[in-house]
Design a protein. Sequence first.
Length: 431
Amino acid sequence: MPRVVVAAVKEGNIEEALQEVFRPFGGAEGVLGGRREAFIKVNAVDFKPYCHTDPRAVRALAAILYRAGARRVYVMDNCTQGNFTRLVFRVSGLERAAREAGAVPLYLDEGRQVEVTLPTLGYRVHVSRWVKERLMEGGDENLYISLPKLKTHSMATVTLGVKNQFGLIMQSDRIRDHNWNLHRKFADIFMLVRPHFTVIEGLHALNHGHYAPEGLAGDCVEELGVFIGGEDTLAVDAVGADLLGIDPRQVEHLRLAAEEGLGCIDLEAIEVIGDRGPFRRRYTPELLPVFPPDVRILEGAERCCPEGCSLNTRMVLQMLYVDFHGRGGFTICMGKGWEEEELEALEGPVLVVGDCAAEEAYPVLRDRLGRGKVRVSPGCNDLRGVLANLTPLMGINPINMVPLPVWESTWLLARAMLHRTTARIPPLWAR
């Protein structure tokens, strides 16, 4: 029977709560198991407040691992498309928290990459050599701890320990199958490399998706003060989903991974240590219905994947509208299955999103309206392309979206490029 600890943060003592998580497993020393190096995989999707792992948890966990005997601790991630990890770590405070604890920030979008093959989907994706050599091949010598945040996710239902693995592959490899195959892709990555221990950071929990606009934080962010941890990532995710009010059996990537024998999601078969009652909520992964009133969103009648084009585009549109006062006055077309009369009735400007619409709707609209009034962003979830097209349509300069002086963000980008970043960022000035 897998064990999962639910530890409350009492009087703000984060270290004590983390120690409580480790205690049934022999303490931090037992979890470290004599390994020389420890790798902490955070959720650093972006620097927007509350969407990333709390730096206080990173600082405390790194300090605990050093005291337990680790020779070196690394804090790592590869952020979402449209950004680069070095910038996310700087703005979010993750870089500072790591260094204050003596840990080394590891930007997985930089440096040498190697290929690995997804076991079920069958195609190759790229990972950092650190992931291949230290975690996939060197797991006996190096401790791998996943430290995700307690969040719902509009496209994946939840984003916890298993979903946290998505940050191990390069941004360009995330576009393919960011559709009805998305959950299968999560399970495949989890089959390739699994954490020795997973701790969900629930100092705050996110409702209505994983990327709450700051202007909607009051409706999407709740302070909880809890950590959920254990050796079986699936069991930890099952308890985390349950705290969010979501049945883990209804989370497809958890179900698929469990069917592969990679862990347990049956809540009746999991020993939960600690009182989870005070932390149980009834959350939803659905986005709040807050969008520009003068933006029309049209979806093809045959298909428009919620795991990709549909909800990814809506998420970005909402963020640009709420936090950066982006204007509307345009139409978004995505999906498959268009009537010719429907396309003939459209006037520009129009943004066509996704491979299906790019193949079917874009040629018709381009020939009738002209390239100047029709933009296109192919790919199942090309977040860079969506940002690159929405920002000029909404009158937003991407460089103004970064809460740093221009010289500092430019310097960070130059350093990332010097270290061969593969991050896919939009043009710095809207076109």
